[in-house]
Design a protein around this ligand. Structure first.
Ligand code: ZN
Length: 504
């Protein structure tokens, strides 16, 4: 007979989860179909829900319900579902209580002003007009860190918010090793002429959306519990276990935009759809961290979607739909989607160079937070890193330091490490899946994705937030987070595509 304390806690959690779902649907609506004039009202509506959720979360009644459930869980096995739930809920509550409401209000006001300034400054390359906002983003990060007095580094509380358990002390050596491994590979690849891209269409938008969704369904995306829409900045969102949506960007001259944005977001969606239904209505029912989430989007986009095996399966389907591909064979398609061309823009980057874009942002963030870099010197520091790591230099701030919204949509710190961790983990999970289920590539070439999806569901997705990241990674892959499998994967794949890499 389960203790009634757990039922009472679950009732309160359900309310918080429902408020979060309302927020997610308002956010989705704003990105997909809201008229622009609805922006002010939408901002206010979302603020109201955030405030209501926060008040309910930190209310004495919630603490009492949690306290009773904690006492009831003392006699349980630590792996028991209720014991796991209570631990996650306690951790979230402690975090929510440390940060006063006044800070959230100040942060929200800063974000709306900074975002608006950034939106105007980016097309005009006007860094000077956002410099003060950026100073404030740094200052708020310091204030935020002040609420977590045990933190070793000012960025740690912000990193922990996205990637629970990660710290600068853990990430810095890992990312240094990753950068050192990547830079010679990139240098060797860009010294070689890039293969031809896919033909420039035409690829009618409607047919692309249909084809991309078909492939998403083929890899395991359940459309009975999801839907696909168009949005300029693609994302995936969980409203509930039965409602996990993806958005896609389409370019009629470039087939890869819709295809890869869909596979990427479908990867996020497979994770959310795969969480065990027993966690529904609790904060355990979602992906455990930014890094693990990104490992799934990148795994399906790159390890799977940019593999020769995938193109062996997918090309005949795509050719039947798009006459522009008539003379493209599997080898040419495989080379085309793995072109290495250093770019100034992170979101346009190929698989090999992408991580370098992320690592330099991570380093610059830390430099700003540690006071080693002044905001006014950021554009020069940015250009110097691009020149060193990628051999390209932005001619305008819009293609440089102003390209990402992250530093203007919150604070400085914690926004970028998840992308690099995601790439590292994607290779570890993929290698572990291959060890467990055998020749995944052969299955993919036949259009059979269930072996890989099933392994990921059992070892990653179904756990939601029930296992801390380090435990999840160790249980699934047999070891800690390690950049070597990712570097090995890149060396082997790109070494075959770009012979100069073999000597890098
Ligand atoms: Zn993503």
């Amino acid at each position: 007979m389960p203790d009634p304390a757990f039922a009472s806690l679950r009732t309160r959690l359900r309310e918080l989860v429902d408020l979060e779902a309302a927020l997610a649907i308002l956010d989705w609506d704003q990105a997909v179909c809201m008229p622009a004039a609805g922006g002010d009202a939408r901002g206010r509506q979302m603020e109201t829900i955030v405030r209501l959720a926060h008040e309910r979360h930190v209310a004495p009644a919630f603490e009492r319900a949690l306290g009773a459930a904690e006492r009831a869980s003392e006699s349980l096995d630590p792996a028991d579902r209720d014991a796991v739930l209570v631990r996650v809920v306690r951790r979230d509550l402690e975090r929510a209580r440390r940060v006063p409401v006044a800070f959230h209000v100040a942060r929200a006001a800063h974000v709306s002003a900074a975002f608006e300034a950034w939106r105007r400054a980016r097309p005009r390359d006007d860094f000077a007009s956002v410099a003060d906002h950026l100073e404030r983003s740094v200052e708020l990060a310091h204030r935020y860190a002040g609420y977590f007095p045990g933190a070793e580094h000012v960025a740690d509380p912000l990193i922990d918010e996205e990637d629970e358990g990660a710290t600068v002390a853990l990430l810095r050596p890992l990312f240094d090793a990753l950068g050192e491994g990547l830079r010679p590979l990139v240098a060797a690849a860009v010294a070689t002429p890039a293969p031809a891209p896919l033909p420039a269409g035409p690829y009618p938008a409607a047919a692309q959306l249909e084809a991309a969704l078909e492939l998403a369904v083929r890899i395991g995306y359940d459309v009975a519990r999801g839907r696909q829409d168009v949005a300029p900045h693609p994302f995936a969102t969980r409203i509930a276990g039965g409602d996990v949506r993806i958005t896609t960007r389409v370019n009629e001259r470039d087939l890869t935009e819709a295809l890869y944005s869909t596979l990427h977001e479908a990867g996020h969606a497979l994770y959310e759809q795969g969480v065990d239904a027993v966690w529904e209505g609790t904060p355990v029912a979602r992906g455990v961290s930014a890094g693990v989430h990104e490992s799934q989007s990148r795994l399906w986009e790159n390890q799977v979607g940019r593999s020769r095996a995938f193109w062996t399966f997918a090309l005949p389907h795509l050719r039947a739909r798009f006459p522009a591909l008539e003379h493209v064979d599997v080898d040419a398609a495989y080379r085309a989607v793995n072109r290495v061309v250093p770019s100034l823009i992170r979101t346009d980057a190929d698989e090999l160079t992408y991580t370098l874009h992320v690592l330099l942002r991570f380093d610059l963030e830390l430099d700003l937070l540690e006071g080693r870099l002044a905001v006014r010197d950021l554009p020069d520091a940015w250009s110097a890193r691009y020149a060193r790591d990628l051999g390209v230099t932005p001619e305008r701030h819009g293609d440089g330091v102003l390209q990402d919204v992250h530093w203007f949509a919150g604070m400085v710190g914690g926004a970028f490490q998840g992308y690099a961790l995601g790439n590292v983990l994607s290779a570890q999970f993929y290698a572990a899946a291959v060890r467990a289920v055998g020749d995944v590539d052969a299955a993919i070439a036949r259009g059979s994705f269930g072996e890989l999806h099933g392994w990921l569901r059992d070892h990653v997705y179904r756990h939601g937030r029930a296992k801390p990241v380090d435990v999840l990674v160790r249980d699934a892959t047999g070891g800690p987070i390690d950049p070597e499998p990712y570097l090995t994967y890149l060396r082997s794949k790109y070494g075959a595509l770009y012979p100069a890499l073999a000597h890098a």
